[in-house]
Ligand binder design. Structure first.
Ligand code: AR6
Length: 185
């Protein structure tokens, strides 16, 4: 499913993000940037050891040894991936009592898109951030993701944004949210 927003394209597809040839793919990482399970593990396996080495450098030099805060993003090379760059972001862990989590999830998409624009990327692919291990409800996550991407595309002349969903069920949830998305008017 594809929609045009202000001259750019927002596209939903099913697939494995490690196989997508694009300027940047986004990793649903954790604050350590040292890899993990889910899409993070898949990206590190496909990119090879040099990705972890660069992540260690980013931790030391850009983050002064601290963890990457939730909702923020950093960029590295793609190494053995077909994507040129990997943008690592940390989604919120779902917790019903936390009022900031919607804003934090929106921050993941917004900061990743802005980093991509800074390096003059014109294509980017996102996984469904926080909806695996971090248990964010996928209906709400889809709404936040698509609204934030739409708001960005209404402001920036970007190119192509893809949401790469790992199952048909996730794809259908995002497709329903895209049909309801009224931000692109
Ligand atoms: N391509 C596209 N999507 C994928 C792929 C893939 N190859 N593999 C999994 N997904 P998750 P989170 C989907 O758990 O919830 C890690 O351990 C998956 O089906 O990867 O943000 C990190 O180190 C789900 O829909 O990320 C963190 O500790 C979505 O990607 C933690 O998990 C996100 O699921 C982050 O949890």
């Amino acid at each position: 499913m594809k929609t045009e927003i202000n001259g750019s394209t927002l596209e939903l597809m099913t697939g494995d993000i490690t196989k997508v040839k694009t300027d940047a793919i986004v990793n649903a990482a954790n604050g350590t940037l040292m890899g993990g399970g889910g899409v993070d593990g898949a990206i590190h396996r496909a990119a090879g050891k040099k990705l972890l080495e660069e992540c260690k450098q980013v931790r030391e030099k850009q983050l002064n040894g601290e963890k990457l805060p939730t909702g923020k993003a950093v960029i590295t090379g793609g190494y053995h991936l077909p994507a040129k760059h990997v943008i690592h972001t940390v989604g919120p862990v779902w917790n019903e009592c936390d009022e900031d989590q919607e804003e934090l999830l929106a921050g993941c998409y917004d900061h990743s898109l802005k980093l991509a624009a800074e390096i003059n990327a014109s294509s980017i692919a996102f996984p469904s951030i926080s909806t695996g291990v971090y248990s964010f409800p996928i209906d709400l996550a889809a709404k936040i993701a698509l609204q934030t991407i739409t708001d960005f595309l209404m402001t920036y002349d970007f190119g192509r944004v893809m949401m790469v969903l790992f199952s048909q069920k996730d794809y259908e949830i995002y497709a329903a949210a895209l049909k309801r998305n009224d931000r692109a008017i």
